[in-house]
Design a protein around this ligand. Structure first.
Ligand SMILES: C[S@@+](CC[C@H](N)C(=O)[O-])C[C@H]1O[C@@H](n2cnc3c(N)ncnc32)[C@H](O)[C@@H]1O
Length: 453
C-alpha cells in the first residue's frame, strides 16, 4: 500500500487541527494512507529568537528567516525522506485542476487506474511551506528548487488556507481518499466539461422541480441530459476555461453547435471617409477583404458574412467576383475557398443584413457588437473574455466592422455593445479590416489548444 506523508511547515499548526480531524482527510489519516506532519516554525528558532526579520531595503514588512525555514524542511526530510517542497505565494503558479493533476502525476500519487502502483509500502513525502508576513526569504525557494503555488490572484494573510485548499484538491486523486473514483473523474475541470447540475429529494421544493427526465428512470435519456446540460454550462458560463482545455475534434464541433450563431457584417456604408476631416460616406469594396474575411469566418464558424454596400457598381463588381466563386468553376479551382465564399452575401444596408439574420432565427433580431480602433463612449464596452454578457440574450450575434476611417458615431450608437480596441504593447493600432476581423474572431470565438502534458 502506498502512503502519502504531507509535512506542513507553519507558524500556526493549530489552524490545521480541526480540519485534519474532519471528514475525508481524517478518514485517510485513520486508514493509514495519509500522514499529516505539522511542524511549528518557531520550534526551529533558537530560544527567544524571532522567526521573522525585516525585509531588506526601505519600507515596512517582515520575512520568514531563511535558516529557520530551512531547518524545518531539513527536519521533515530527516523524518520521512526527501520530497518536493511547495511554497504558497500569491505570485506562484495558479492552482488549477490541470496543475493539480500534473503535480499528482509527477509525485506518483495518482489513482490506481491512472498510475502504475508504486512498490509496496512506498512513501511519498511532500513538504508544504505556509508563508506569513511578506512571505519566506526567497533564497529558500531557490535553494530547495521549490514549487511556488498560488490559489488565486488575491492576497491572504498566510499560506495555511492555501495549503488546505491545495490538499483538498490534490488528495481527491489519491486512491481511497475519495471513495468513488468516478465522482472525481466527472468533476468540473477534470474532463472536457464542467459538471452537470445536481438535484436531490424532494422532487418539489419552493416551487422548483427536479427535471422530469431525471425521474424517468431512462438511463440513456438521463445521460444525454447530463451531457447536454454540462456542455451548455461549459459554453455559456466557462468559455474562458473551455477554450483552453484539451478537446477532441468531435468535442470542438459539439461546442460549435451549442455556441450562439455569429454573423460578421462589413460596413461599406455609414462609415467615415476623408483624411483630414472625416465625414460620413461610403467606401469601395475590396475583393481581397471579401476573400480573406470569408476564410476567417469559415475558420471560426461564422454562419454568414454580409458585405453592406448600397452602391450598385460595387454590387456589380462583387457579382462578377462571385460568378466564379459561387459556381462550379470556383469549386473545382479550390473547394476550400469555394466553401468559405459560400457564406458571403451582399446586401444594400445594415437593416437588410439584420432582417436576413432574423429570418434564420424565427424573427429574432441579432445583438449587434461594434468594433472600433478607438474607445467609444455611450455604448457598453465588452472585453474579449466577456462572451457570457453577450451570449445571455440567447440571440444571434452580429459583429460589425467598419471600413474607411471606421463606423460613424450614429452607427456605433445603434449597437448594444462595442468590443475594446485591439492593441499590442505599442501606440500603433492601424490594422487592415481583414486583419482586424481575423484577430477579433480569434479572440472572441477561438480555441486555444493546450499542450498535452
Ligand atoms: C500577506 S501574504 C504576502 C504577500 C506578498 N507581499 C505578495 O504580495 O506576494 C503572506 C503569505 O500568505 C500566503 N498567501 C497569501 N495569498 C496567497 C494566495 N493567493 N495564494 C497562495 N498563498 C497566499 C503566502 O504564503 C504569503 O507568503
Amino acid at each position: 500500500m502506498s502512503k502519502v506523508v504531507v509535512s506542513i511547515i507553519t507558524v500556526f499548526p493549530e489552524l490545521f487541527a480541526e480540519w485534519a480531524g474532519t471528514s475525508l482527510i481524517a478518514r485517510a489519516c485513520q486508514t493509514g494512507r495519509l500522514t499529516l506532519n505539522c511542524l511549528r516554525l518557531s520550534d526551529y528558532a533558537a530560544p527567544k529568537e524571532r522567526i521573522d526579520t525585516p525585509a531588506c531595503g526601505p519600507g515596512a514588512g517582515m520575512v520568514l528567516k531563511a535558516p529557520i525555514v530551512s531547518a524545518a524542511i531539513e527536519h521533515a526530510w530527516a523524518q520521512y525522506g526527501k520530497g518536493s517542497v511547495c511554497f504558497f505565494t500569491p505570485s506562484g503558479t495558479l492552482l488549477t485542476q490541470r496543475v493539480c493533476k500534473a503535480l499528482v502525476g509527477s509525485w506518483g500519487l495518482a489513482r490506481e487506474a491512472d498510475a502504475q502502483e508504486p512498490a509496496v509500502d512506498a512513501v511519498r513525502h511532500i513538504v508544504l511551506v505556509c508563508g506569513r508576513y511578506e512571505g519566506v526569504d526567497c533564497r529558500v525557494i531557490t535553494y530547495y528548487n521549490g514549487i511556488e503555488l498560488s490559489i488565486g490572484n488575491y492576497v491572504l494573510m498566510g499560506g495555511d488556507l492555501p495549503a488546505q485548499v491545495f490538499l483538498e484538491s490534490v488528495l481527491r486523486y489519491v486512491p481511497s481518499v475519495v471513495g468513488d473514483a468516478q465522482s472525481v473523474e466527472h468533476d468540473s475541470f477534470s474532463g472536457s466539461l464542467v459538471d452537470y447540475p445536481a438535484y436531490g429529494q424532494p422532487n418539489e421544493w419552493n416551487g422548483l422541480s427536479v427535471p422530469a427526465v431525471l425521474l424517468s428512470g431512462d438511463h440513456g435519456r438521463i445521460e444525454k441530459w447530463r451531457h447536454d446540460t454540462a456542455l451548455e454550462r461549459s459554453v455559456y458560463s466557462h468559455f474562458g476555461w473551455l477554450r483552453t482545455s484539451m478537446l477532441s475534434d468531435v468535442q470542438r464541433a459539439r461546442v460549435g453547435v451549442v455556441m450562439p450563431a455569429h454573423y460578421v457584417i462589413l460596413m461599406h456604408d455609414q462609415v467615415l471617409i476623408g483624411r483630414k476631416e472625416a465625414v460620413p460616406g461610403t467606401t469601395s469594396v475590396t475583393t481581397i477583404d471579401v476573400h480573406d474575411i470569408a476564410r476567417s469566418c469559415a475558420t471560426y464558424g461564422v454562419k454568414k458574412f454580409f458585405v453592406v454596400t448600397p452602391l450598385k457598381d460595387q454590387q456589380e463588381l462583387l457579382r462578377v467576383f462571385f460568378e466564379f466563386w459561387h459556381t462550379d468553376q470556383g469549386r473545382m479551382y479550390n473547394h476550400n475557398r469555394y466553401d468559405a465564399m459560400s457564406c458571403v452575401q451582399v446586401v444594400d444596408s445594415l437593416a437588410d443584413a439584420e432582417a436576413a439574420i432574423a429570418e434564420l432565427h424565427d424573427g429574432m433580431m441579432p445583438i449587434k457588437i461594434a468594433t472600433s480602433a478607438r474607445a467609444v463612449h455611450g455604448v457598453q464596452s465588452l472585453a474579449f473574455d466577456h462572451q457570457a454578457s453577450a451570449w445571455t440574450h440567447q440571440a444571434p450575434i452580429a459583429l460589425l466592422f467598419g471600413t474607411g476611417q471606421g463606423m460613424t458615431q450614429e452607427l456605433l450608437q445603434q449597437c448594444q455593445y462595442v468590443l475594446t480596441p485591439l492593441y499590442g504593447f505599442t501606440r500603433y493600432n492601424h490594422l487592415s479590416v481583414r486583419a482586424a476581423v481575423a484577430i477579433v474572431l480569434d479572440r472572441w470565438l477561438g480555441y486555444f489548444q493546450p499542450v498535452e502534458e
